[in-house]
Ligand binder design. Structure first.
Ligand SMILES: [Zn+2]
Length: 275
């Protein structure tokens, strides 16, 4: 019976993947992500119900818009598949099963899907613009806080160490207020504070151990990126990559952190539940 559950989870992942593509495209352009109808970016034609079915619509229309017949970039299609795969891996990593999974694991799983979706939106926007979207982060904080309150109510007699989360949440509130009220008024944006806020968001859901692995993987990825930048600089004997001066090219640290966090979360869960 469980394989039906996993197919369903894959499809939920594909739907979220479709939403992620939309959010990453629209949020930086300050467009509405929940009410405005989806449209073809080339001919602006509104998309019908069948055009919105993830994965299948792309396959049936052979990667072309139904209305203007122009090719659609496969990015969205690939992100839908990738998100589906990540959701299935996450379910498998905690041995999700119809009959044996407890209620608390199920709630951990559902919050996890929201967590992964928000994380993917944040890292997608960062990869494109080297910028962290505060609204997505704040929604993430609200979801994780609700989850922590649930944990506090249900597991209070067992786990006293939960009080450290109060400290994390206070720091997070301070950083959010500082960034949204003070920095925004001055028209500034601090990437360092964004990275700190994201770090607390990660610790709140994935615990400290996973966060330490996340930082380690991120450092390796950033080091590799720097080495590659250097090689490109020497090989092409040019100071520019894709029109950007290499020395000025910023590294999307949040993007690397997000990917590293997902890998660390999956590996840790697999080791906890299988070994
Ligand atoms: Zn079109």
């Amino acid at each position: 019976m469980d394989y039906i559950l996993y197919i369903l989870i894959f499809f939920i992942g594909a739907l979220c993947g479709s939403f992620i593509t939309l959010a990453v495209y629209r949020i930086p352009l300050k467009q509405d992500i929940t009410h405005t109808h989806s449209y073809c970016p080339q001919c602006n034609h509104k998309l019908g119900f069948f055009d919105l079915i993830p994965i299948f619509s792309y396959i049936f229309l052979r990667g072309r818009c139904r209305y203007c017949k122009k090719k659609i970039k496969p990015t969205s299609f690939l992100i839908e598949i990738l998100t589906g795969v990540i959701f299935v891996l996450f379910a498998a990593s905690i041995k999700l099963s119809l009959f044996t999974t407890s209620l608390s694991t199920l709630i951990y799983f559902i919050i996890g899907l929201i967590y992964i979706t928000i994380l993917l939106i944040i890292l997608g926007i960062d990869k494109k613009y080297i910028k962290v979207d505060k609204s997505a982060l704040i929604i993430g904080f609200i979801c994780v806080t609700a989850y922590l309150i649930y944990l506090y109510i249900t597991e209070r007699p067992i786990d006293i160490s939960m009080y450290r989360y109060v400290i994390y949440l206070v720091i997070a509130c301070f950083l959010v207020l500082f960034s949204v009220i003070y920095l925004k008024k001055k028209g500034k944006d601090s990437y360092t504070i964004d990275v700190l806020m994201l770090s607390i968001f990660m610790i709140l859901y994935t615990y400290e151990a996973v966060y330490i692995y996340t930082v380690m993987i991120t450092l390796i990825a950033v080091a590799l990126q720097l080495i590659i930048n250097n090689i490109l600089k020497r090989k092409k004997n040019s100071k520019y990559v894709k029109g950007i001066k290499i020395e000025n090219a910023k590294i999307p640290i949040v993007f690397y952190m997000g990917v590293a966090n997902l890998i660390a979360l999956l590996i840790t869960n697999f080791t906890i539940f299988y070994i």
